[in-house]
Design a protein around this ligand. Structure first.
Ligand code: ABN
Length: 178
C-alpha cells in the first residue's frame, strides 16, 4: 500500500470514528430538505405556464382568449398576446407592458356586467404578427385623439418603437350613466 492509500484510509477511519451512521443520515436528510426549499425559488420561467393555465381556465368559463371574438376584446386593436406566448392579461417573456393604454368598455356575457378594459401594448420585441384583431368598439377617428386607439402605446416606454402584441386587462366595473 503506498503512502496515498494509507493517508486516505487513516482519514476515512477518523471520519468513521467521529460520525455515527445516524448523524450521517441526519446530515443527508438536512441536505435534501434544504435543496427542496431552495430549488423552487430558482429563476425558472413560469410566466408562459401561468398564462397557459389562465387561458385554459378562461376557455372553460367565459370564452376563448385566443379568439378575436372573446368578450374582453370588444375595443381591441393589435395582435392578441394570447397567440404570442403571453395571455389575455400578461405580456410574453422578453416584453413589458406599455406605460400608457387605451381603455374600452366591454360587456361580459357570463354575468351581463360591463367592465373597463385596459388595452396595454407589450413592448420590447418586433411585431408578433399572429392573431390580428381589430374590433374597435367605441373608437373614433384620429382627429379626436382621446378616443382613438390606432396608436403605438409603447411610445412612453424606453423601447418605444418595439410594439409586439396587445393585452386586455380588466381594471374595473363600468358604472351606468344616470
Ligand atoms: N395599439 C396597437 C398598435 C400598435 C402600433 C400601431 C398601431 C396600433
Amino acid at each position: 500500500m503506498n503512502w496515498l492509500d494509507k493517508l486516505f484510509e487513516r482519514s476515512a477511519r477518523r471520519v468513521a470514528q467521529r460520525t455515527s451512521r445516524r448523524s450521517a443520515l441526519i446530515r443527508i436528510g438536512k441536505l435534501l430538505v434544504g435543496s427542496a426549499l431552495v430549488l423552487p425559488v430558482l429563476p425558472i420561467d413560469r410566466v408562459a405556464k401561468f398564462a397557459e393555465a389562465a387561458d385554459a381556465k378562461a376557455k372553460a368559463g367565459d370564452g376563448d382568449p385566443t379568439q378575436c371574438d372573446y368578450w374582453r376584446y370588444c375595443a381591441f386593436d393589435g395582435y392578441l398576446c394570447s397567440c404570442c406566448g403571453g395571455s389575455a392579461h400578461t405580456c410574453p417573456p422578453g416584453t413589458e407592458p406599455s406605460a400608457v393604454a387605451w381603455i374600452g368598455t366591454c360587456r361580459n356575457p357570463t354575468d351581463g356586467k360591463s367592465y373597463l378594459i385596459s388595452y396595454n401594448d407589450c413592448c420590447g420585441k418586433t411585431a408578433c404578427g399572429r392573431c390580428l384583431c381589430n374590433t374597435n368598439e367605441g373608437e373614433r377617428p384620429a382627429y379626436r385623439m382621446g378616443v382613438h386607439n390606432d396608436i403605438n402605446w409603447c411610445m412612453a416606454n424606453a423601447n418605444s418603437t418595439m410594439f409586439h402584441c396587445t393585452t386586455a386587462v380588466v381594471v374595473g366595473i363600468a358604472e351606468e350613466r344616470k
